[in-house]
Design a binder for this molecule. Structure first.
Ligand SMILES: Cc1cc2nc3c(=O)[nH]c(=O)nc-3n(C[C@H](O)[C@H](O)[C@H](O)COP(=O)(O)OP(=O)(O)OC[C@H]3O[C@@H](n4cnc5c(N)ncnc54)[C@H](O)[C@@H]3O)c2cc1C
Ligand code: SF4
Length: 474
């Protein structure tokens, strides 16, 4: 135990300063954010626990190398604006990353404080300064001298947004083309309000507009425009960041019955179309009393927690055990607190419907985990004769997403990997000169911070490529 500033309050250096959350009983009736964030005093107390390590292992765990000890020291000194600007040097979207990054497997996993006690709450501190800045300061940006070159970006998810911001800072004229009527990609249509309020996403996008980035919505690459149109408009390079938004299906009997949603459709109705406010908004959503969600990732958790808020009893049906679930631990904990049940070691066999064509049940088979192989991974296999029927009014399929084939249709010569993702070189350039790609369309479904990191790297590559071309033309 040590005294905190002036010895007024005691700070247990091994324990995190607790953060307030909405109570589960209350939050299952609304879509408001679950985590209520630190107050300035709480943030300064948590920052006080940081050792300001010289070699800062936390920074090595961050894909965009946020200057963690530096921004935390500024919180200790209650210089919140300076702290925000410090994060901004390497991370464009701190209010978003502080909320959705899996810090427990990145920066916080490496934190020296975590050896004996609880690691510093780096994500919660990042989110605190970003929120404080949003509520208390005006975003100012001094525009650089325009360099006269134009870059087109396809898709307004984290990869596209981070590429746009880096290029705008270098003086490029940047236009983002987005298929939907709203901007932000998965940040808008995938991750629900109770984890990432849309006003936060909108604020970050407004800042990009202030930096001079132009946005064109309802523009579908491969349908409403193509590479030739971009050339005609005088774009010097293109960055494709169209994500991995094509839902995977189980391909089992009965999957076309009514009442079965892909998580993608379900979450899009909720987040993008605000179906939970029907009839105030036009788009409906219909769920019965009992819902089964198939999958164990972040998407499955989000779908389950949304279904709970619509008043259903929710069961997550997962092939492995809770310990192997790829979803963030915090999300699994929140889901369980909200009364969502996890049924482990089950795999879908076929959906069963009624005479009206509506789903009524899912036949499942029990699974068994093998011993870990040499890589430590445990495979699963069905237990013969263990089939049983799980009755529910609706099912939501959340077993992953793949890249949409539309981009390939629009550029037939574009080289793809066997899984349909775009093939790029070490500079993130595709086999088509001047066309770069990054984010989930290259990696397959991954994370916000990795998509952002690739957007930034692509911006640097585009700049190098266009500078080299300029010299060739001299
Ligand atoms: C429900 C859900 C929850 C998630 N939770 C987390 C989390 O907690 N933490 C985390 O780190 N990651 C999470 N992820 C993953 C993360 O959101 C993605 O890895 C990230 O958004 C990928 O960014 P991106 O820019 O590559 O693509 P996206 O965010 O998918 O953006 C692509 C954009 O391109 C647009 N587009 C597609 N095709 C075209 C076209 N032909 N023309 C024009 N525009 C087009 C799309 O409409 C979209 O706006 C989650 C994903 C989902 C679906
Ligand atoms: S490793 Fe932990 S204690 Fe050390 S500088 Fe990073 S956040 Fe602070």
């Amino acid at each position: 135990m040590q005294n905190w500033i002036g010895g007024v309050e005691k700070l247990d250096v091994l324990k995190r300063v607790p953060i307030k959350e909405q109570e589960p009983i209350e939050r299952i009736h609304n879509f408001d954010e679950v985590c209520l964030g630190y107050t300035p005093d709480e943030a300064a107390r948590e920052a006080q626990r940081c050792l300001e390590c010289k070699n800062a292992p936390c920074v090595k765990g961050c894909p965009v190398e946020v200057k963690i000890p530096e921004f935390i020291r500024l919180i200790k000194e209650k210089k919140f604006k300076e702290s925000y600007l410090k994060i901004l040097e390497t991370n464009l979207l701190p209010a978003i990353c502080g909320r959705v990054c899996p810090q427990e497997t990145q920066c916080e996993q490496n934190c020296v404080r975590g050896i004996k006690g609880e690691p510093i709450a780096i994500g919660k501190l990042e989110r605190f300064v970003a929120d404080w800045f949003r509520q208390n300061c005006e975003f100012e940006f001094s525009k650089p001298q325009p360099n006269g070159r134009k870059v087109a970006i396809i898709g307004s998810g984290p990869a596209g947004l981070s590429c746009a911001s880096s290029l705008a800072k270098m003086g490029y004229e940047v236009t983002i083309f987005e298929a939907f009527h709203k901007l932000g990609g998965v940040l808008y249509y995938g991750i629900p309000e109770f984890r990432l309020p849309k006003e936060v996403v909108e604020w970050e996008i407004e800042n990009l507009k202030k930096m001079g980035v132009e946005f064109r919505t309802n523009m579908i690459f491969g349908k409403t425009f193509d590479l030739e149109d971009l050339k005609q408009e005088g774009f010097d390079a293109v960055f494709i960041s169209s994500g991995a938004g094509l839902p995977n299906f189980l391909n089992i009997e009965g999957e076309l019955l009514n009442g079965i949603y892909s998580a993608n459709e379900f979450l899009t109705r909720i987040n993008l179309m605000k179906a939970y406010k029907f009839p105030e908004y036009d788009t409906p959503i219909k769920l019965g009393k009992k819902v089964g969600v198939i999958g164990g990732g972040n998407v499955a958790m989000d779908a389950a927690r949304v279904a709970r808020r619509l008043g259903s009893d929710v069961y997550i049906l997962y092939r492995r055990t809770e310990a192997e679930m790829p979803a963030r631990k915090e999300e699994i904990m929140h889901a369980k607190e909200e009364g969502i049940k996890i049924v482990e070691l089950v795999s879908p066999v076929r959906f069963i419907g009624d005479e009206s064509g509506h789903v009524r049940a899912l036949e499942l088979v029990k699974m068994k985990l093998s011993d870990p192989d040499s890589s430590g991974r445990r495979s699963v296999k069905p237990v013969d004769g263990s089939n049983f029927v799980f009755e529910a009014d609706n099912f939501i399929v959340a077993i992953g997403q793949s890249p949409n084939p539309l981009v390939k249709k629009a550029i037939p010569d574009l080289e793809l990997n066997p899984n349909g993702s775009i093939k790029v070189d070490e500079n993130l350039m595709t086999n088509i000169e001047g066309v770069f790609a990054g984010g989930d369309i290259v990696t397959g479904a991954a994370t916000v911070i990795l998509a952002m990191g690739m957007g930034k790297k692509a911006a640097e590559s585009i700049d190098r490529y266009l500078n080299a071309k300029k010299h060739e033309n001299l």
